[in-house]
Design a protein around this ligand. Structure first.
Ligand code: ADP
Ligand code: MG
Length: 581
């Protein structure tokens, strides 16, 4: 064909393909899940675009059935996954297949160490689904036609996954995409209707569209008839060839009653919405009725997505209106500090053509946001109370993100503060295992403040001279070594449940009632004894130090620098300067 053109894969894709074919092999059947997931996304997008582009709606036949089809051909040794979804234009094929648009992927791949290279879970989180086809196929041919485009604008993409692909313009009879996998040597076990059905049921049962396959009898060329006795006439056989059955349940999982769903159903669905290979840590499924009606199915992943700290991390909640996928949340529904949450929100109270702009002032969205946030925080609270080990795992992955919430979400400040975990001078290791409630519960008689120390790192914090007196008196001090801790301290407005937070590196050391009369007397006498020395030091440090004082806060170190009470904490100030704020 004169229109055939050859292209090279982006370097990252070639690298990824190489990794995938080696690391995913033990899990090779997931290619089907990935291709079905893409087909499902493509149909969702078609339905969505039809709201904004009526000409696409006109294209629909009155009896059109949106579906995903899986077929196989034992002679040609192919498996075909096709959909009548949105399809792709030539430019879209170039942009989506053969390119990794996601920022940071390249760097991430480079960083994968030897051991990690084989880690399917790490690789899986990119949503690199399409390329998983090459785990079982030596050649993949994708034929597609964009919704709204004429039959003359069909596109065929073909590749053996070794660095190059070809594109040609073809006649596209139907809208949508068909992907043909030419199986590698030795993959013939996949050319089996029973096997394919069970893989679909295992991984894709929750897909809300019908996944159809030709009926067993016609597809396998063998009598699936249980009795095996009925003789079929030629017409009957022809009819059956055209007959298709739906393999999956085909109803949106979140609309089904909780009592019907198993943990495995939820986990499978999570993997579909999140592109994660691991099970989630926790999930919540709630149908809310009342003034606003909506369903929430939200998951907390067990590991941080690779872009958690990227400039524009992907938020992973898919907003649906009456089961139709509308858009991926990018902060309209769940706040930034819950960006690790994945799942689905489905509401009947929003118009089907809702846009991000419209969501901003929407009462229904405000209401849903409020309730979704409360429910996620409650889920975390329950986890913290009932399964400390799991919560520690959560905290390790997402603690630093949750901390942002103290400053970001004023209304839920107290709830979030209750979920925080810190390392303190009481912690046996550097693991953050102390909650503010733990701290408050073991405050000394007469102690009326929560003491903390901000430092560039935890190790720096634990060896700070500011802690000496507190250690001697057995007073617990929280050690804050993460950048985000600045915002925790300021975000808490200096108090937790009525108890003030106090930096141990700031102001006149005030142990309040924790200091007995003898100690007070001693420090006053010391101040008098050293009056002359203090005078000389003040003179020498004129313009550099506000004041020089005798202190009772040190036990072994001779001197330390503290910030003025009215000023920003010393370490905080240093950090703010460093961060250019
Ligand atoms: P992801 O699904 O996470 O985006 P994939 O590698 O699975 O990653 O797919 C890459 C992109 O290719 C999709 O985002 C989509 O734009 C396009 N694509 C893949 N399969 C189809 C399909 N069946 N119909 C339309 N577009 C598709
Ligand atoms: Mg995909």
């Amino acid at each position: 064909d004169a229109t055939e053109e050859t292209f090279r894969f982006q370097a990252e894709v070639a690298q990824l393909l190489d990794l995938m074919t080696h690391s995913l092999y033990s899990n090779k059947e997931i290619f089907l899940r990935e291709l079905i997931s893409n087909a499902s996304d493509a149909i969702d997008r078609l339905r969505f675009e039809r709201f904004s582009r009526p000409e696409l709606a006109e294209e629909a036949d009155s009896d059109e059935k949106l579906r995903i089809r899986v077929a196989f051909d034992p002679e040609a040794r192919t498996i075909t996954v096709s959909d009548n979804g949105i399809g792709m234009s030539r430019e879209e094929v170039i942009g989506n297949i053969g390119t990794i648009a996601k920022s940071g992927t390249g760097e991430f791949l480079k960083k994968l160490s030897g051991d990690q290279r084989g880690d399917a879970a790490l690789i899986g989180q990119f949503g690199v689904g399409f390329y998983s086809a090459f785990v079982v196929a030596e050649r993949v041919v994708l034929t597609t036609r964009r919704a709204g485009a004429p039959p003359s604008e069909g596109v065929r993409w073909s590749s053996d996954g070794k660095g190059e692909y070809t594109l040609e313009t073809v006649h596209g009879d139907t809208r949508g995409t068909a992907i043909v996998l030419h199986l590698r040597e030795g993959e013939d076990d996949l050319l089996n209707g029973y096997r394919l059905r069970s893989v679909i049921q295992k991984y894709s049962d929750h897909i809300s569209l019908p996944i159809v396959m030709a009926s067993e009898a016609s597809a396998d060329g063998e009598a699936a008839d249980a009795e095996g006795t009925t003789q079929k006439t030629a017409e009957e056989t022809a009819e059956e060839t055209a007959e298709e059955t739906t393999v999956n349940r085909g109803s949106a999982l979140w609309t089904r009653p909780k009592s019907e769903l198993t943990e495995a159903d939820y986990h499978g669905f999570y993997k579909h919405v999140s592109h994660d290979f691991s099970d989630p840590l926790a999930y919540l499924h709630a149908k809310v009725e009342g003034r606003y009606e909506y369903t929430l199915l939200l998951f907390v992943p067990s590991r941080a997505p690779y872009d958690l700290w990227a400039q524009q991390p992907r938020q992973g909640v898919k907003l649906h209106v009456q089961r139709v996928f509308i858009l991926e949340d990018s902060g309209q529904v769940l706040p930034h500090y819950l960006r690790f949450v994945r799942g689905v929100i489905d509401s009947g109270d929003l118009p089907l053509n809702v846009s991000r702009e419209m969501m901003q002032g929407s009462r229904a969205v405000d209401h849903i946001r409020g309730s979704a946030v409360k429910k996620v925080l409650k889920l975390l609270k329950d986890m913290a109370e009932n399964d400390a080990e799991k919560y520690a795992a959560f905290w390790k992955q997402f603690g630093a993100v949750l901390k942002e919430g103290v400053a970001e979400d004023y209304g839920n400040r107290e709830e979030i503060a209750g979920l925080l975990r810190f390392t303190s001078t009481y912690s046996p290791t550097q693991e953050p295992d102390v909650s503010l409630d733990d701290y408050a519960g073991r405050m000394k008689d007469g102690q009326d403040k929560i003491y903390y120390l901000l430092a560039p790192t935890l190790s720096a914090a634990s060896t700070s001279p500011h802690l000496e007196a507190f250690r001697k008196k057995g007073i617990e001090v929280l050690l804050l070594g993460e950048v985000v801790d600045n915002w925790v301290v300021t975000g808490l407005l200096q108090e937790f449940k009525g108890t003030r937070l106090q930096s141990v590196a700031q102001g006149v050391p005030d142990f309040g009632d924790l200091e007995d009369a003898a100690e007070k007397e001693e420090s006053e006498r010391a101040a008098a004894d050293f009056a002359e020395l203090l005078g000389r030091l003040k003179e020498t440090l004129n313009g550099k130090a506000w004041d020089v004082r005798v202190t009772s806060r040190l036990t072994t170190s001779p001197a330390c620098i503290v910030a003025n009470e009215a000023e920003t904490d010393f370490s905080l100030a240093q950090r703010l300067r460093g961060s250019g704020l």
